[in-house]
Design a protein around this ligand. Structure first.
Ligand SMILES: C[S@@+](CC[C@H](N)C(=O)[O-])C[C@H]1O[C@@H](n2cnc3c(N)ncnc32)[C@H](O)[C@@H]1O
Length: 253
């Protein structure tokens, strides 16, 4: 999976997309939370390339955290990341209020059971003026072909739950949670290009898998996931959006 998304990533777009998500943000010296860090690629890049000083990286899957720890050690940044396994249902982080400058949640909120509680908790741990940046799969406007349902079924078969909303619902949720403002950016056309690119990579992988690797059926399931995602994106049944939300600054409403 990572070969397709880029080293250290479990979500489409990898480090190229991280660059788009972080564009315009000054993260120098920041204390950042990587919420749903997966295998740690974004945590490491925030430290090495964006001037972040310290990262707390949390995920519900202990094996992901273990891989992320190994990757952080290999990149020489282990001392600057606190890794933690958290419960999927827990709406409380162990951190003091106002203790983070920045929170990243790349392709994670769309799996969180109680999204509003999660956003309120993120707001609590951000300092005044702090920023949340998310990438999120959203319910699209077209409902024609059952492709979104098929995609969600395939995700569920791989153990990923989908608590998707429309982009408008996501924006409204930020205000309900108490953020002062938010911006959204439609990333769907890039997600389409990315899925096409992944399928090109997949062709080579699958050929290799059938000749020497017994795990060809796993690769075929991943390809089906990518093909279905591509069709659902192209048909407008699903969308991919970036959002940044800001907590009110000190003395602001
Ligand atoms: C699609 S992966 C993205 C990982 C990483 N952000 C990246 O871009 O590579 C989603 C990650 O979110 C984690 N996750 C799912 N539900 C979560 C929750 N309720 N709280 C924290 N992490 C969660 C999963 O274990 C998984 O590692």
């Amino acid at each position: 999976m990572q070969a397709r998304f880029g080293d250290g990533y479990l979500s489409p777009g990898g480090s190229e997309e991280l660059r788009v998500m972080l564009r315009g943000l000054d993260l120098s010296g920041a204390r950042a939370l990587d919420f749903g860090c997966g295998v740690g690629g974004a945590s490491i890049e925030m430290l090495r390339e964006y001037g972040v000083d310290h990262v707390v990286a949390v995920d519900v899957q202990a094996p992901m955290i273990e891989q992320a720890r190994g990757r952080a050690a290999a990149h020489g940044v282990l001392a600057r990341i606190d890794f933690r396994v958290i419960g999927a249902e827990s709406a409380r982080l162990a951190d003091a209020g106002g203790s983070f400058d920045f929170v990243l949640a790349k392709d994670v909120l769309n799996s969180v059971p109680d999204r509003i509680a999660c956003c309120r908790e993120i707001l609590r741990i951000l300092r005044p003026g702090g920023v949340l940046a998310t990438a999120d799969w959203c319910i699209g406007k077209s409902v024609a072909g059952g492709l979104r349902e098929r995609y969600v079924e395939l995700l569920a078969a791989g153990g990923l739950r989908s608590t998707w909303r429309t982009v408008d619902q996501n924006g409204a949720m930020m205000i309900d949670a108490g953020f002062a403002s938010f911006n959204q950016h439609d990333h769907t056309s890039d997600a389409i290009l990315d899925a096409r690119r992944q399928l090109v990579v997949a062709e080579t992988e699958t050929r290799r898998a059938t000749s020497v690797n017994p795990d060809a059926s796993t690769l075929e399931r991943r390809d089906e996931l990518t093909r279905t995602r591509l069709k659902a994106l192209e048909s407008g049944e699903i969308q991919h959006w970036h959002l940044t939300a800001r907590k009110a600054g000190a003395g602001e409403g």
